[in-house]
Write a protein of this length. Structure first.
Length: 111
């Protein structure tokens, strides 16, 4: 059976496009990323082609399905801010020392 191309959920910087292409062709993802970087630098030398690499990446992001189910637009920035999940948690918790840990400024009003 022919192997289908998928965006990688484990080998990714932004959306896993380069990692998925590398997995499909059984090469290291760093070579795909270096090739994409060289392509981007060459296109940036020609003013009319400067936006082409960004457009191609976005088209590939939208056209290639994610490796696991549940890929959404927010998964594009999956690894950008790893602390965002903690900051969005508005519940206070007890630390190991017994102190109350505040995760949101609005919690101070409830004390």
């Amino acid at each position: 059976m022919k192997k289908k191309i998928r965006r990688s959920s484990s080998d990714r910087f932004l959306a896993g496009v380069c990692g998925g292409i590398a997995e499909n062709f059984d090469i290291q993802s760093k070579y795909v990323r270096i090739g994409y970087l060289i392509f981007t630098l060459i296109c940036s030398l020609i003013p009319r082609l400067a936006i082409l690499p960004v457009g191609i990446y976005l088209i590939l992001y939208l056209a290639i399905p994610q490796e696991t189910a549940g890929g959404t637009w927010s998964s594009f920035f999956h690894n950008v801010d790893p602390g965002a999940k903690m900051r969005n948690n508005s519940h206070s918790t007890q630390s190991q020392t017994g102190r109350k840990v505040l995760h949101d400024a609005h919690e101070r009003k409830s004390n």
